[in-house]
Design a protein around this ligand. Structure first.
Ligand code: BDR
Ligand code: CA
Length: 318
């Protein structure tokens, strides 16, 4: 038996967050040591309740959930994306009450505690705004050196944004935090729109989930049509862009991706480019805004059919 990869998923559930969490929990290659929550698709208390509910539905209520930031580092919260994910973050489906209260530690402290107790082992998987990760780095500046790395859903290197012409939603929700995190001194993989918008789970595939006989799939079958309808009504595909689950697919099957390697800065200005992730493309600049930053692994190509098939196969695991 190979060693499992221990991960902490930092999340704002969120329909695609729920899918990513189910995918990780059903993958024997991964050990989900905790979930941390952040504002984003909904207010953080709603996201925390949803994270606990998702674990309850997956029969994994023993996994800790630590609640994190309610707002970005340096601006007001832009507000819930209820037209994408529903007012309750999960397609407004009626859900049971969460089985428990969150962990006593706040998310940033929980991350620090877990990482420092297992130096070099834990991979952070942020799939929401990067506020908790930035806070953890500010509180514990050597945190990155004690991580195995980070696999982040966020950003757009060579394609337009989805929350503005410039920016992807998770990054636009806290550009200052994202710029701190992309400057971390550890291996970072950026699963941005360059690959997530090319990874499509079709309406037909979504309809097929209804025939899978387990509680995770039953919730997925209820919530995914809402997310698909958002895509259809906003000029997207007849299906969904697979955003957050891309981090899990990359961890399980990196051979299905191609990447380039560049330092990344985030536009923290107050004008139209706010939240844009900017790789250096031509020069490894030793000085200036990109100077001293490690190269980020920026995913640029994906075998979409293979990774969607992998995710669907894990949904059938009892
Ligand atoms: C990201 O934004 C959120 O709405 C999704 O959950 C995902 O993390 C995609 O841009
Ligand atoms: Ca998310």
């Amino acid at each position: 038996m190979t060693t499992k990869i221990p991960i902490i998923i930092d999340t704002d559930p969120g329909i695609d967050d729920a899918m990513a969490i189910f995918y990780a929990l059903a993958s024997p290659e991964l050990d989900v040591v905790g979930l941390t929550t952040v504002f984003g698709n909904a207010h953080v208390d709603v996201c925390t309740d949803n994270a606990i509910r998702i674990l309850d539905i997956a029969g994994r209520s023993h996994i800790p959930v630590a609640q994190g930031a309610a707002r970005p580092l340096a601006m007001p919260y832009r507000g819930p994306a209820d037209y994408v994910h529903g007012v309750n973050g999960l397609a407004d489906v009626a859900l049971p009450l969460p089985s428990r209260a969150p962990h006593a530690l706040a998310a940033a402290h929980f991350i620090i505690e877990q990482v420092m107790a297992a130096p070099g082992e834990i991979t952070l998987v942020p799939i929401g705004p990067l506020t908790n990760i930035a806070l953890a780095m500010l509180l514990q500046p050597d945190l990155p050196q004690h991580l195995a790395g980070m696999v982040i859903m966020g950003g757009n290197a060579f394609v337009p944004g989805n929350a503005s012409p410039a920016a992807e939603a998770n990054i636009l929700n806290d550009p200052e935090a994202a710029d701190i995190v992309f400057g971390a001194d550890c291996p970072i993989v950026m699963c941005g729109l360059d690959v997530t918008e090319r990874t499509i789970m079709s309406s037909e595939q979504i309809a097929g989930i209804a025939s899978i006989d387990n509680d995770r799939a039953r919730l997925a079958a209820q919530i995914l049509p809402y997310y698909r309808d958002f895509h259809l009504s906003h000029g997207g595909p007849d299906g969904i862009h697979v955003h957050d689950s891309t981090c899990i697919s990359y961890l399980l099957a990196p051979q299905h991706y191609r990447a380039v390697h560049h330092p990344v800065r985030v536009d923290c200005g107050q004008h139209v480019g706010r939240g844009k992730t900017w790789p250096t493309t031509r020069h490894a600049l030793a000085e200036g805004p990109w100077g001293g930053r490690r190269a980020i692994t920026i995913l640029t190509e994906v075998d979409a059919a293979a990774v969607v098939a992998l995710e669907l196969s894990r949904l059938t695991v009892a």
